[in-house]
Structure formats: structure tokens, C-alpha cells
Design a protein around this ligand. Structure first.
Ligand code: PGA
Length: 253
């Protein structure tokens, strides 16, 4: 079975004591992960090292950065390199979240560089794609997402792509309380997989986890996650509450 992932995106929230308390609650929660299931916590940069330490290798739990820089090292004040992330035990990095695209003007081309450098250092990219409302209303979301995949991922070899996780996040569903219906999610996830299959072949496409993001909550997670091509979620708001996020983890296939 494909890897199923419940990924938390804490965004720019929580103080260190609050982050430690939330992590402690998750560590103590009665969560039974199967071998094909993972929990990935994308936490604010200042807490990455502490969260890795507190998890202390807990099976199935990993820590992600919410961003990284596209260059290896050097005079880039304020940025974080993938080598730094790897050196503190971070295993994943969210790349191309719509908030980074919108507020920090990250282009498909820049994201392609970030994906490459993450893979070069053995960090798993959680590559985000998804359309704004106007595109959904014009029913051109497939073309929109296809272009994002093409411009940021298809420069990679099949061996590299194998290590990528994709998160489909319709922008109109992020933080709005509006979720894509499970049918809308399944349709576009199947489309994403068909695009990967066209580019890299069906067996590789069948291995890539494609997560859904956008107002995932305990009450809708099971229905979304049980769609054939939905392999878990990237969860913002609801991941800030231990009880809620625990229920989302438990909804994984
Ligand atoms: P949300 O955020 O769950 O609060 O909609 C999802 C995300 O931005 O990753």
C-alpha cells in the first residue's frame, strides 16, 4: 500500500512552550500507526530542533520544515539551507505552499530549484499545488495544476520523483472552512496521478502519496482519506489541537 500521511502545518503559530505542550499531547495520544502510515509535523523554524529532540525517534513521527532556501549555503541572510535542516534531524520540507507563492512570490521555477536541492540532500519535499477560486470557477483547475507539476517537478528523473510527496491544496479551501468535496478531491487527485503516469509511467505514479489540504478536520478527514487517490492530508488549523489532529491521524487508511 502507498504511504499514507497525516501532515500538520502549524504555520506561524504557537510559542515554544505551547509547541512543546502540543507535541507532548501527540506523543501521549493513543495513536497506533501501521507500517504504511506516517505523521509529519511541519513546525516553525525556531522549534525544529527541539521538536526532533522531544520526538526522540518515535516510530512513524517525523519533523518537516515549512520552507527552505534554493541555494546550498552562503550570503543569504535570514534563510535556512537544506543541509542545516538535515543536520538537525529534519526529514521533510514543505515546498511551494500557496502562502509562500502568494506572499513571497515563489515561482514554479524557484520551487523546481528547491525540490532539487532538497532531494540532493535527502530531504523529502512535500510539494504543494492547487488553484485559486477563479480558476476553479472557470473549471480550468486541471490545466493549472498540470502546469505547476510540469514546471516544478518534471525536470527530475524517475528515481528522484519517487521520493516526492505531493499535496493538492485548493487555495479557496485553505483556512476558509470550505473543503473540497470528497468527489472533487478524488477527481483532481486521480488527474494528478494520471499526469505523473503519463510522464513517468503507471507504476511510479502509483507509488507517490498525494495528500489533500484545505480545511481538513476530524469531521471530514475519513471521507476524504478514503478516496482511492487521497493518501492523507496536509492540515493547518485543525493540527493545532491535539484531540482534533489525533482523530485526523486515526482517519488514515
Ligand atoms: P487549513 O490549512 O487546514 O487551515 O485550511 C491547510 C494548509 O494551508 O496547509
Amino acid at each position: 500500500m502507498r504511504t499514507q500521511i497525516a501532515a500538520a502545518n502549524w504555520k506561524m503559530n504557537l510559542t515554544l512552550p505551547q509547541a512543546e505542550a502540543l507535541l507532548q499531547q501527540l506523543i501521549e495520544a493513543p495513536i497506533q500507526l501501521h507500517e504504511h502510515q506516517q505523521v509529519v509535523l511541519a513546525v516553525p523554524a525556531p522549534y525544529l530542533h527541539r521538536m526532533v529532540q522531544l520526538l526522540n525517534g518515535k516510530p512513524g513521527f517525523q519533523v518537516a520544515a515549512q520552507n527552505c532556501y534554493a541555494q546550498k549555503s552562503g550570503a543569504f541572510t535570514g534563510e535556512t539551507s537544506v543541509e542545516m535542516l538535515v543536520s538537525i534531524g529534519v526529514t521533510h520540507v514543505v515546498i511551494g505552499h500557496s502562502e509562500r507563492r502568494e506572499y513571497f512570490l515563489e515561482s514554479n521555477q524557484l520551487l523546481a530549484q528547491k525540490v532539487s536541492i532538497a532531494l540532493e540532500y535527502g530531504l523529502t519535499p512535500i510539494f504543494c499545488c492547487g488553484e485559486p477560486l477563479a480558476i476553479r470557477e472557470a473549471n480550468t483547475q486541471n490545466e493549472w495544476v498540470a502546469k505547476q507539476l510540469q514546471e516544478s517537478l518534471y525536470h527530475m528523473s524517475a528515481d528522484q520523483l519517487k521520493k516526492v510527496v505531493i499535496a493538492y491544496e485548493p487555495i479557496w479551501a485553505i483556512g476558509t472552512g470550505k473543503t473540497a468535496s470528497s468527489e472533487q478531491a478524488q477527481d483532481i487527485h486521480a488527474f494528478i496521478r494520471s499526469q505523473l503516469s503519463h510522464q513517468y509511467g503507471a507504476s511510479l505514479a502509483a507509488e507517490i502519496p498525494v495528500l489533500y489540504g484545505g480545511s481538513v478536520k476530524a469531521s471530514n478527514a475519513a471521507e476524504l482519506f478514503h478516496q482511492t487517490d487521497v493518501d492523507g492530508g496536509l492540515v493547518g488549523g485543525a493540527s493545532l489541537q491535539a484531540v482534533e489532529f489525533t482523530a485526523i491521524i486515526q482517519a488514515l487508511k
